[in-house]
Design a protein around this ligand. Sequence first.
Ligand SMILES: Nc1ncnc2c1ncn2[C@@H]1O[C@H](COP(=O)(O)OP(=O)(O)OP(=O)(O)O)[C@@H](O)[C@H]1O
Length: 356
Amino acid sequence: METRAAIREEGIPAAPPLFELRDVEFAYGGRTVLSLRHLAFPQGAVVGLVGPNGSGKSTLLKLLALLLAPTRGQLLYGGQVAAGREGELRREVTLLLQEPFLLKRTVFENVAYGLRTRGLVEGVSERVEEALSLVGLSPKRFASRQWYQLSGGEAQRVSLASRLALRPRALLLDEPTASVDESSALLIKEAVVAASSEWGTTLVVATHDLVWLHEVATDVVSLYRGRVAGHGAENLIQGSWVLDPAGGLRRPLADGQWIRALGPEGSDEPPSVGILGPSDVTLATEKPSHLSAQNLLQGQVTHMALENGSGRVLVSVNVGGLLLKARVTPEAVLSLGLHPGLEVWAIFKATALRWL
Ligand SMILES: Nc1ncnc2c1ncn2[C@@H]1O[C@H](COP(=O)(O)OP(=O)(O)OP(=O)(O)O)[C@@H](O)[C@H]1O
């Protein structure tokens, strides 16, 4: 079956995903923190990893970077098992951490280091200059600076430049803009998107910058407690689910409204997180008079972003302090006159909520 799925109609074999995880588990000291049945990252894709703190994003990136090995299951790279090929693959895959790590040398030496360790002798200066320019650092002004003569944002950009200089096949980024100022963040985002479009670099980015992510990502993997909660902008509705006297479950919102859901079958304990797909949420600008859906929540549009993967618009609505995302067509945005600040009704069925 799998072989057939990998063959396109015209008989040309489809390229295997750059990374593929099959029944992968990872445990720290006996505690399983990742459990992934199947996950594939196509070549040239821009994949976002989202999820609350501790959901396993960094651990997954370290597995992809071949810095950790699965406790169980298989990681495939380019269709072949990665185990045993780590040294070779680490030349193609590079990970940028949240905190910049620089050698105690000049900017030039930092960016050139990886090229030299890979045996490149010719054209090192050109590659360093190209990489520095990509992250918005003038080679003239910065190449000879020492590592301690940089701001946090500049240091992170040098760190990124040292990876871009390698023209990696896969660039893995762990919250690359979390601890830098806005202008550095913009330059970092532009540089990684340029790497993807110029060299076809596969990007996997863990970030809380959802607006940017939905603009550039071809797929968004939502993690929760080490499992895939869904693809795309899933709403993870955590905490405080209680039994509803009218049946099912309900969760209070700060403004006195309630979300209603049907509980997972066969469980006496209220679950901790409900998953609601943004396509299951409908928006209305007037309160509907006839309604079969059990959830009718009043809120305010806070922001809107074009979702690169689907061509739809993700509309974030603040309902009683909870940010709920709805996926709507561009036509619906126009016909409803949606814009930030608008009061709307978010509508979804109690049965639309899934449980992890
Ligand atoms: N070195 C470690 N030793 C033991 N447990 C760890 C280690 N690193 C992470 N963990 C645990 O593994 C789980 C997943 O952590 P991970 O850092 O991958 O999550 P994350 O989604 O990247 O979180 P954050 O958004 O806070 O960076 C958490 O429960 C965390 O406490």
